[in-house]
Design a protein around this ligand. Structure first.
Ligand code: GLC
Length: 582
């Protein structure tokens, strides 16, 4: 497997509105990020990926961009970004920008022009279609696709001025660009060059597998059942007919000459061959993508994010093992992550976030991630074991457009069924994107040090900030933060094993234990055993594995001698790491 600096890099995602506010308006800003680069360096971070900070009406927290070349005043200025890049560079670190080009904001100049008349030169920069009509002649959407961030709604938005619909897959304020038009692609290349020329090292590419739509725009299968008018058209726009062609063009015209680092967000695809076409070492497309199997383990089978099912260790271990093996066997490259701004906190999701176990769980997940093959992503606050918002919070505290739409639709749909509405509420408590978006907990002062006392943060600070915060954990030996720091360093020191080594699933069929072995070509070998339950579990070490020494784990006590003799008594949420004979 070929080596590259970005494969060994640790990428830290900053959600800028919630990172650090230095000017007292309750929103994080670029200067706030710059003031924390030493903190990130100390943790072991190499690349800082910042979620969108461009000019935006913030209908979808910046994933609706009104000007790609201008930083939103709420975050600062273009010069603030120059400063951030130079402060990072001084420390051998880099900045990764977020590229959102499946759609723009409806306030982008391109869209304003496009919607102004049927003959405007930018009309064909977006996807416009004539309405269908009901018996009375009223306009109806051109097909039955549902909106992604509000599944009760149509993916099409009617514009009375020209009596046509435009495609807006995410929300009506996020019209989809028409990638069939070469002028659009040129404009995207130009935007990409702009930030790379300014010193960004590359891009995280938002829903980049949605850019090519099936030009027949057929109706979707009615999978949502009779209560719903609209259904996911995923099949017709995920990894669509010209997607590879468009990404290869980006690679040829932009990425290759800058040596840029790229990570594509590619939900709703799990076919190995299709993914290798993008991330295979010879693909000429992207370095790596986010694959979502691991965060889909708690979705109802075949359903979207805002659903729930029980899962076990087996679901986690099979999702991880599949992609670890796939990239090794097909010479591709993995991303390793459990959190981002679109998912609940991993500790609350995969472990037990009660005070009794939260530290164990957070460290267990750190151990699991730092010992996998691929480029590792850490999301802000994950290094502290930040948790979901308390269940007691009022629904009004949820600010995300997806949560708001989901709750509105649930109230309408379940008006006569209080138990179904209560279930919808439980889904929000488990899955809402808001959980990851609360302000970063820096210290125990009011507002957790995210913004000054007396300022109202844009989103409520989690009630637990006096216990869980960076200052406290930096000062405490053995804290979750220090565990992350130690494991990130271990990963770098032994990159041959952890980053590039082989991966063999040892226990992947158990509902309780996930165990695997990592090996390099020079005889280095590690065993990782994770108890993904809140119970004590005994696990027999297979005879072929000869443990030398238990080197790390998420409980303070040393592993007993008994473990060396062939079986392990794992405590609730216990994870251990051992060196082995080759
Ligand atoms: C991606 C982003 C998400 C956003 C969506 C539309 O999935 O991560 O936050 O809502 O794209 O841009």
């Amino acid at each position: 497997m070929s080596r590259a600096w970005w494969k060994e890099a640790v990428i830290y995602q900053v959600y800028p509105s919630s990172f650090l506010d230095t000017n007292g308006d309750g929103w994080g800003n670029v200067k706030g990020i710059t003031s924390k680069v030493d903190y990130l360096k100390e943790l072991g971070v190499d690349i800082v990926w910042v979620s969108p900070i461009y000019k935006s009406p913030q209908k979808d927290m910046g994933y609706d961009i009104a000007d790609y070349k201008l930083i939103d005043p709420i975050y600062g200025t273009n010069e603030d970004v120059d400063d951030l890049i130079s402060e990072l560079k001084k420390r051998g670190m880099r900045l990764m920008m977020d590229l959102v080009v499946n759609h723009t904001s409806d306030e982008h100049e391109w869209f304003r022009e496009s919607r102004s008349s049927l003959t405007n030169p930018k009309r064909s920069w977006y996807i416009w279609k004539k309405p269908k009509r009901d018996a009375a002649g009223n306009p109806l959407p051109p097909n039955n696709w549902s909106q992604i961030l509000g599944e009760a709604n149509s993916a099409w938005t009617y514009d009375s001025k020209t009596d046509e619909y435009f495609l807006s897959l995410f929300t009506p304020e996020q019209p989809d660009l028409n990638w069939e038009n070469p002028e659009v692609r040129d404009a995207v290349h130009d935007v990409m060059n702009f930030w790379l020329d300014r010193g960004a090292c590359g891009y995280r590419m938002d829903v980049i597998n949605h850019i090519s739509k099936d030009q027949r725009f057929p109706d979707a299968e009615p999978v949502m059942g009779p209560d719903y008018k609209y259904h996911p058209g995923t099949k017709y726009y995920v990894n669509g007919p010209r997607m590879h062609e468009y990404i290869q063009e980006i690679h040829r015209k932009v990425l290759a000459k800058h040596g840029a680092v790229t990570v594509g967000e590619m939900p709703c695809v799990d076919d190995i061959d299709e993914i290798i076409r993008t991330v295979g070492s010879k693909s000429g497309e992207l370095n790596m993508i986010f694959i979502f199997d691991i965060v889909n383990v708690d979705n109802a089978v075949g359903m979207g994010r805002m659903t729930w099912r029980d899962w076990t260790a087996k679901d986690v271990s099979q999702a991880v093992t599949k992609w670890q093996r796939a990239m090794i066997e097909h010479d591709g490259w993995n991303t390793v992550f459990l959190e981002n701004h679109d998912n609940p906190r991993s500790l609350s999701r995969y472990c037990d976030d009660s005070d009794a176990y939260r530290e164990r769980g957070a460290k267990l997940l750190a151990l699991m991630q730092t010992t996998q093959n691929g480029t590792l992503f850490v999301y802000q606050g994950e290094e502290l074991g930040m948790r979901n918002v308390p269940k007691s919070w009022d629904i009004e505290e949820y600010k995300d457009i997806e949560s708001i739409n989901f709750w509105k639709a649930s109230k309408a749909l379940h008006a006569a069924h209080p138990e179904r509405l209560a279930e919808a509420r439980r889904i929000l408590e488990r899955k809402a994107r808001d959980h990851a978006r609360t302000p970063m907990q820096w210290d125990a002062t009011p507002n957790a040090g995210f913004c000054k006392e007396g300022v109202e943060p844009w989103m409520r600070v989690n009630d637990d900030y006096k216990d869980i915060n960076a200052e406290k954990q930096l000062a405490t030996d053995g804290s979750t933060w220090h565990f992350w720091q130690e494991m990130l360093a271990e990963r770098k020191t032994h990159a041959d094993i952890y980053v590039y080594g082989d991966f063999e699933g040892v226990e992947t069929e158990s509902d309780e234990i996930f165990a695997y072995v990592r090996t390099d070509t020079k005889g280095g070998k590690r065993l990782v055993v994770l108890n993904l339950t809140g119970k004590s579990v005994k696990w027999d070490i297979p005879g072929a594995i000869k443990v030398q020494e238990w080197t790390n784990g998420n409980y303070p006590e040393k592993i007993s001698e008994k473990a060396l003799k062939g079986s392990l008594d794992l405590k609730p949420w216990e994870g251990v790491l051992a060196t082995c004979e080759s």
